[in-house]
Design a protein around this ligand. Structure first.
Ligand code: NAD
Ligand code: GLY
Length: 373
């Protein structure tokens, strides 16, 4: 019997592979368990190029060394930088730490940045990759549910400005997305709930059957059942890939992915970034946007109640903070969907369908008053 060679890499475990169809910027999304141990799944870019793993102080002790080891055979040198953790650090000063490191150690333009972490790390690393030497490659290795179902896919990168969420950024598609479901094992329960907000989002905007599936599996998802999580990540990424493949730069259709986000971003900015999690603010924002859809005569109240009930079952708040309607409106005008000061909301036109609509301030104020404590 032949002794297996120790240098033969183990086979990649069962993996779902999806494609983002964007001509020369197209790429694969790999979804599976145990992917982080497989160089064939993870390592990207030119052989013998340099790599910088960008992560944070929470994720680094959990996964950075594993990733560094698996990349070492492919890249000439692999370094890592651990940024301070949290939405409050998604800013210029923290972004600059990445540039300081890249320049301080003379990383060249073939360098590949690996974003190892949640959406904050993914958005900042993607933005750094878009800017460094006018653009280097980036690989997304999302380790939160929210990042696996949404932020790692589609090429939106950004930092926050005190006046508004994600207002400074660029489109920069990754080379690949590697969603290792095993990394979700170490995620706090509150973060699982926050990720479920973005999963739920895909139902009302694009796939009413998926909404029904989530209703049936919400308890399994919260309990981190791997089969349920694998399907939720896959279906979410399929829908996102379908949308981004048609409208990469949000000329129209892609805006539907922002269902609940206009209200949600106001909550995040109004309370100070990091007070509520992004997913919590989006969940509550979807309750408000669903009610606005009812008040605009688009859907019946029962559908909005169904959405709110599911958001609550996901462990998310369904009542917003009491900032006052005037403050919400002021914050919501600083939104990338606003045109000439007119706020535009993603509203549900029918179960599984959504589009952008303007709305009267008075009606919006009624919604805010009805759903804030
Ligand atoms: P996050 O990046 O702050 O991560 C949440 C927390 O979980 C952090 O404390 C993080 O350190 C920790 N963490 C990450 N992985 C972990 C793991 N495996 N085990 C234990 N702890 C872990 O938040 P998020 O919810 O992942 O992302 C939110 C961000 O994503 C927001 O800034 C939002 O604007 C952005 N976003 C971007 C897009 C896009 O299209 N680019 C889409 C949606 C959201
Ligand atoms: N999460 C919104 C988008 O990717 O467009």
């Amino acid at each position: 019997m032949a002794i297996p060679s120790p240098i033969t890499p183990p086979p990649i475990p069962p993996t779902t592979q999806l494609r983002i169809d964007l001509a020369d910027r197209g790429y694969d999304i790999l979804i599976g368990c145990g992917l982080l141990d497989h160089a064939d799944a993870v390592a990207c870019g030119a052989a013998s190029s340099e790599a910088l793993i960008v992560t944070n102080t929470t994720v680094a002790p959990l996964y950075a060394e594993r990733l560094r080891r698996v990349l070492a055979g492919h890249h000439a040198r692999v370094h890592a930088i651990a940024l301070p953790d949290g939405e409050a650090h998604k800013d210029w000063d923290t972004l600059n730490l990445i540039f300081d490191r890249l320049l301080g150690e003379a990383f060249d333009r073939k360098t590949v940045l690996y974003a190892l972490g949640g959406g904050v790390i993914g958005d900042m690393t993607g933005f750094a990759a878009a800017c460094y030497m006018r653009g280097v490659a980036c690989v997304q290795v999302p380790t939160t549910l929210l990042a696996q179902v949404d932020s790692s896919v589609g090429g939106k990168t950004a930092i926050n400005h005190p006046a508004g969420k994600n207002m400074i950024g660029a489109f920069h598609q990754p080379l690949r997305v590697i969603a290792d479901l095993d990394t979700l094992d170490t995620l706090p329960d509150r973060e699982i709930s926050a990720g479920l907000a973005e999963v739920i989002k895909y139902g009302p905007i694009a796939d009413d059957d998926f909404l029904g599936w989530i209703e049936q599996h919400i308890d399994a998802l919260r309990a981190r059942d791997k089969v349920a999580l694998a399907y939720a990540v896959r279906r979410s990424c399929e829908i996102k890939a379908w949308v981004v493949g048609q409208d990469e730069r949000e000329a129209g259709l892609r805006a539907i992915l922002n269902f609940g986000h206009t209200f949600g971003h106001a909550i995040e900015a109004g309370l100070g970034f990091g007070t509520w999690l992004h997913g919590e603010a989006v969940g509550c924002g979807m309750v408000m946007a669903a009610d606005l859809s009812v008040r605009c005569g688009l859907i019946d109240a029962a559908y909005a109640t169904r959405i709110a009930r599911l958001i609550e079952r996901a462990g998310l708040p369904i009542r917003g903070p009491h900032l006052g309607a005037a403050r919400y409106l002021e914050l919501m005008r600083v939104d990338k969907k606003s045109e000439s000061g007119q706020i535009r909301f993603v509203l549900i036109d029918a179960p599984g369908q959504a589009s952008l609509h303007p709305a009267d301030d008075a009606l919006v104020a009624e919604v805010i008053e009805a759903h804030s404590v």
